[in-house]
Design a protein around this ligand. Structure first.
Ligand SMILES: *Cc1c(COP(=O)(O)O)cnc(C)c1O
Length: 396
């Protein structure tokens, strides 16, 4: 018996059984559907990609996995070297794990122990209102979304602020010298409702963090690899710690990485064994995951994915221009993401089934109808998704 995620098992609609997947399409017993959400935003190259399939097969001829405790191997060495070169500045020190939530846990552990190692004990964490950072306990604490984590009580040592400059300045004035770190989903808050905010907020956050010796953490588990129209938001404003997940393996295998800058790394680097980072997921640096991640990054570069994302953003802007409806609060777009927020969640009831009948797999949640498409999508396929979204409102 499978216990499905985020569902009341008693009342959930039966899930759709996928028998094959190729490119942007999911194949089922009833035909095919375009996946408009890229399997939780991860399948950026589409399904069953020959280059990614081959990368896994080639590694399988050697071994699938060896632990990183006392051992190392070529795929993990190559991936860490690649990330070191590819990520901005001195974000060079890669700690691998098996999921985005764990990458966030590791980032918070790094930040908290960084200050302990220095003999200071700052334990207050600043985070954003409507944040989502994963479903494990510390990640839930820095998250701020009652719709996900309402069942679990109080947050200790965590403050949440809105994404405006005034709230930011105020938080640092009030708490600056007690803050350990500031964790954000930069520019685009995903699971909290595809909320978008301006880069000026992050620029100012960077200044204030540096001034008050507060570590800045970017959770780019969702925004990384182009989703905001930037390769990484970290290219624009550099955090001290960066979390990547979801698209890291092109959506092939669960893997994530927490990348620290030199300053953070050096906070652990000493002759004192108690200054070591005491964390080690069993499957960290999995060889199949690292191999497919390398192939994915290679495709991203060689096939000019930033241009593809730019094109998706342009087509989306053209198609959604002047689209409005009294039931819609806002239409938001950024890079490879579009979201229609409605006033009443009842407005979206039945949309998933309607989209299915139009050959589109959609997964609206709460007040949000959205698309985060695979970057290899054609113009025609993308227009089909956007037409389906608009059609839902036009048919009344
Ligand atoms: C999905 C997500 C996570 C959690 O990643 P998992 O791999 O599901 O554990 C963390 N942070 C953000 C911003 C996410 O979107």
């Amino acid at each position: 018996m499978i216990w499905y995620p985020y569902e009341q098992m008693k009342t959930m609609a039966p899930p759709i059984k996928v028998t094959d997947a190729k490119g942007v399409y999911l194949y089922t017993e009833n035909g095919r559907m375009i996946d408009s959400v890229s399997s939780w935003w991860s399948v950026i190259h589409g399904y069953h990609h020959p280059v990614l399939d081959d990368a896994i097969r080639a590694q399988l001829d050697h071994f699938a996995h060896v632990m990183l405790g006392g051992l190392t191997h070529e795929p993990v060495l190559k991936l860490s070297e690649k990330l070191e070169k590819w990520l901005p500045g001195d974000l060079d020190y890669c700690f691998f794990s098996d999921s985005g939530s764990v990458a966030v846990e590791v980032a918070l552990k790094m930040a908290l122990q960084y200050s302990t190692n220095q003999g200071s004990h700052r334990d207050q964490i600043l985070a954003l209102r409507h944040a989502y950072h994963g479903d494990t306990f510390k990640a839930m604490e820095v998250g701020d979304d009652e719709d996900y984590h309402f069942a679990f009580g109080e947050k200790r040592n965590v403050f949440h602020i809105d994404t405006d400059l005034q709230s930011l300045e105020h938080a640092f004035e009030e708490h600056g010298n007690r803050l350990n770190c500031f964790i954000v989903e930069p520019l685009l808050q995903g699971a909290g409702g595809m909320r978008m905010y301006d880069i000026s907020f992050l620029k100012r956050a960077r200044e204030l963090c540096s001034q008050h010796h507060v570590l800045l953490i970017f959770d780019e588990v969702a925004t990384g690899f182009g989703r905001t129209g930037n390769r990484f938001v970290a290219d624009l404003v550099q955090p001290d710690i960066l979390c990547l997940g979801k698209a890291l393996t092109g959506g092939y295998l669960g893997h994530a990485v927490t990348v620290a800058n030199k300053m953070v790394y050096e906070g652990f680097y000493s002759d004192d064994p108690t200054h070591a980072l005491m964390h080690g997921p069993t499957f960290m640096g999995n060889a199949l995951a690292c191999s497919v991640a390398l192939a994915s990054i290679d495709l991203f570069e060689k096939e000019h994915y930033m241009d593809k994302i730019q094109r998706i953003a342009e087509i989306t802007a053209r198609e959604m221009k002047d689209f409005a409806d009294p039931r819609i609060r806002e239409v938001r777009m950024m890079g490879g993401c579009v979201c229609i927020e409605v006033y009443d969640p009842g407005t979206l009831r039945g949309f998933k089934e309607f989209a299915g009948s139009r050959g589109v797999f959609a997964r609206p949640f709460l007040n949000y109808m959205y698309a985060m498409v695979p970057y290899i999508i054609t113009e025609q396929e993308l227009v089909q998704i956007l037409d389906t979204m608009k059609e839902w409102f036009r048919r009344g």
